[in-house]
Write a protein that binds this ligand. Sequence first.
Ligand code: ZN
Length: 154
Amino acid sequence: MPGLEDLYREIILDHYRTPRNRGELPVPPARHAEGHNPLCGDEITVYLDVDGDGDDAIVSDVKVSGQGCSISQSSASMMSAAVKGKSVGEVRGLVRRFKSMMSIDTDGAEQADADISLGDLEALQGVVKFPVRIKCATLAWNTLTEALASSDPD
Ligand code: ZN
């Protein structure tokens, strides 16, 4: 019977080999941001279509392009699948929840967001044991946050 670590490795490799929401969106109207992790050479560009204003706006479409290691690219694929169709408020909660899983201090948000389900993203929790890879796993999420803010009327 395969252990949890084998299952997690399978999920990560599946997203790496078959990335979800791969591509680009026309800018504008899409928001976008580019992220780099010079330590590993990872590059990710996140494109977002956001309908509405403020935290109730809906992320109606998301695309990701870029290249890099399996952790960075699978995290980007999982991120894209997790945020598509969610409200901006929900997406921000997911970002905080993911970062707290990665042991990045988010000002005590861990408790408030403890009920947010991470689904496949839990497969990345083993990365915490390898501090140099945490930047690989969080690159897509930092880039997502930048893309959200890139043309926010607020
Ligand atoms: Zn990397």
